[in-house]
Design a protein around this ligand. Sequence first.
Ligand SMILES: [Zn+2]
Length: 325
Amino acid sequence: MSDAPPLAKRKRNSTANETATPIRSHIWKPFGDIVLQAESTQFRVSRDVLANQSPVFADMFDVPQPPNEPQIDGCPLVILSEDRAKDWEFLLGILYDNPFEFKKSLGFDMAVALLRLGRKYGIPTAEASAIRRIHSEFPAAFEAWNRNELLLEVEDVDRNLIDILTLAYEFGINTSIPTIAYACLRDKSLEQIFTGVMRTDGSRVLPPQKILQALTIGFERIMRFQHEAYMWMENDTVIPCTLCRQREKCAEARVELHRVVAWNDLTNAPDCFALCFDFEDFSGDFCKPCAIAGKAAHAVSRTKAWQTLPTFFGLPGWKELEDVQ
Ligand SMILES: [Zn+2]
């Protein structure tokens, strides 16, 4: 038998939102036998559906309810303190409205909801789906990263990389932290990160001190790494190569390439390029032997950058890096 307290005792301090006049979500099932309230939004649902997914709810419903507890339309009311209405909207939407749609794709907001509620209420399938989504975009394997790299260039309106990084730290998705942190530094300057990156709703995200520190140290280490690993772009050890057919022209093209990749053209600020940029995009001005030599040197530097990536951000190497279960 469970030790779970009766429903009413699960109530904690009410927030301002909870005391506002409640509104009914569109998830208001006429045969539902319980009303959940997150912030000021209420949902009428079935205990069976919740208990089937979550042992926390199953235990809670096992406990007989004391008389005279608050009810809505004859259903017990459960206040879900600290939960976001939006998260419950997503979770219940999956359970009631579109379970098949959910299997096809998972928006980032939905992944956040599933992660938070899945972990809090012990719904392993929800949590695993969310983590799978984050791993697939921010993998811990070089081959997978190479397949995904171009995706980082796509502006996804429902996500903010700093929010994703904060989430990965909060939930211990450690194996995705190196690539998310790197993507943050690719996407925004340190100045932007320190002053708060704008979300699509107009609010700003300011990461906690621990993350600011990891990004700042990471940026400095990546710059130093690039300087050393790409020293060949600053001298003629690789280009012009011994088989070069146009030494002067290739040397000039190499200097130009270094300028373009080391200094972000848009912000005119030093750029984290250790893992990105496709050498072939810039090889048009080289003779063929120099293009081949440059591509090979770039591949060596890039592989080394991948191997070193977690340690740039103060994490253990890839082999030791593990998610918190
Ligand atoms: Zn050449």
